[in-house]
Design a protein. Structure first.
Length: 152
């Protein structure tokens, strides 16, 4: 059984590395700046990413005790999915909000910076863990920046 668990861990690590070697960072908004912004849509996208991370964690937990090949395959896929969607959130905060929308001239700059940073840290923790507490923290962090970007 220990051999199977070790083999599964190695398989997950290899699949994750292979996936991330092919993932492009092409989801960032342009840095021209183009003047085409839909901040609320970005927040909604991050909310969807949180939901995906949540579902991934749930299914990782469900599949983690199974050793059949199909379950192991699905487990690897859900781990990779969790990682990708948490990274999408990090990319949105860094490549869109922090570069385009959070300005040092804003009166509440320090507060905005702190809240956006909290999203990045929470997403990183969601990548490092497979528990709902990390997902809940990520959801709260995303909701912490949402009031800055209301629907039009």
């Amino acid at each position: 059984m220990k051999f199977q668990a070790k083999k599964l861990s190695v398989s997950i690590a290899i699949a994750t590395l292979m996936t991330f070697s092919f993932v492009s960072n092409s989801f960032a908004h342009c840095q021209i700046p183009c003047g085409i912004y839909d901040d609320h849509a970005r927040v909604e996208s991050m909310r969807e990413n949180v939901d995906t991370v949540r579902k991934s964690v749930s299914l990782i937990s469900e599949l983690s005790g199974k050793t059949d090949p199909q379950s192991q395959n699905q487990l690897v896929r859900w781990v990779v999915n969790k990682e990708q969607h948490a990274q999408f959130i990090i990319d949105t905060i860094s490549d869109y909000f922090l570069t385009q929308r959070v300005k040092s001239s804003q009166e509440d700059y320090a507060e905005r910076l702190q809240k956006h940073h909290a999203v990045i840290v929470a997403a990183m923790r969601a990548k490092q863990n497979a528990d709902m507490e990390s997902v809940d923290d990520l959801a709260l962090a995303v909701e912490g920046v949402a009031p800055y970007y209301p629907e039009h």
